[in-house]
Every structure is written in structure tokens, then in C-alpha cells.
Unconditional design. Structure first.
Length: 147
């Protein structure tokens, strides 16, 4: 059974492009990577951080640019640290997830091409050629290259 990470219909993604998207809107880079759950998690965590960081009396009454930016001009230091921390963690997560996704796709392409896996296609650790499963993560490794 092909998973989202190993489906041949999925292409490699650019980690730095995902990071740039995330810098504009937390969770957008995860959407680019097709990681729907993580995108919702990071967008929700950012929204929660905004609700906690911006006092209720400072929320804008209109949708003008000045009204939307006004609450952020007088944020306390703790709020800035909170929002910056959430954004930094989101950026690190999207970058690592893009690298992991590309690595898994590369491994699955090598296995599909008929190369004998020297590393586990699931965890990446070295395989023992005498057994038909990865002794690190217990993923079954079939002799015909199918997983």
C-alpha cells in the first residue's frame, strides 16, 4: 500500500520555498508539502498565539490596514517572543518535513528501479541482508523490491 510519502504521483518539493511560504503565513508551507494535518495544526497554534498575545480591547473594529496593524505596534515583549517562537518552530518543522519527504521519495524511486535496498526505505538505517525486515523499525523488506 502506497502512502502519501511514497506515492509515485508525488513530486519532490523545494524546502526553501516551503520556508518562504511559512514565513508569510504559518502553515502555508505545510499545505505546499500536502501535509494537511500539520498545516491545520500550525495555523491553529498561530491563531491561538495571536488570541493570547493581543489583548481583547486592542482587536480592530474595521478591516483597514491601519486598524489591523495597530494592535501589533504595542505588543508586550512576552507576546513577541511567543509569536516569534511559534513561527520559528513552524519554519524548522516545514524545512525538516520537506527534507524527509524528498529523502523518502528518493528511496522509494531506488527500490522501484530494482536496486536492492542497502538502507531501510522507512527509517533509513542500514539493513541486515540475512533477514527480510528492518531490525530497527520492523518494516518488512520483500526480495522483489515491493514494500
Amino acid at each position: 500500500m502506497a502512502t502519501e510519502d511514497t506515492d509515485p504521483g508525488y513530486s519532490r518539493k523545494r524546502p526553501w520555498f516551503a520556508v518562504v511560504l511559512t514565513m508569510f503565513v504559518p502553515g502555508l508551507g505545510h499545505l505546499y508539502l500536502r501535509l494537511w494535518g500539520r498545516a491545520a495544526l500550525w495555523a491553529g497554534l498561530t491563531a491561538l498565539g495571536l488570541v493570547l498575545a493581543v489583548p481583547g480591547e486592542n482587536w480592530p473594529d474595521s478591516l483597514s490596514t491601519e486598524a489591523l496593524l495597530a494592535p501589533f505596534q504595542s505588543l508586550p515583549f512576552e507576546s513577541i517572543v511567543l509569536l516569534s517562537g511559534v513561527l520559528a518552530l513552524c519554519i524548522v518543522d516545514v524545512y525538516l518535513m520537506a527534507l524527509r519527504r524528498n529523502e523518502l521519495l528518493e528511496r522509494s524511486e531506488r527500490v522501484a528501479a530494482g536496486e536492492s535496498p542497502q538502507q531501510c526505505p522507512n527509517c533509513g538505517k542500514e539493513l541486515d541482508q540475512d533477514i527480510d525486515f528492518c531490525h530497527w523499525c520492523t518494516t518488512e523488506i520483500r526480495a522483489d523490491g515491493d514494500e
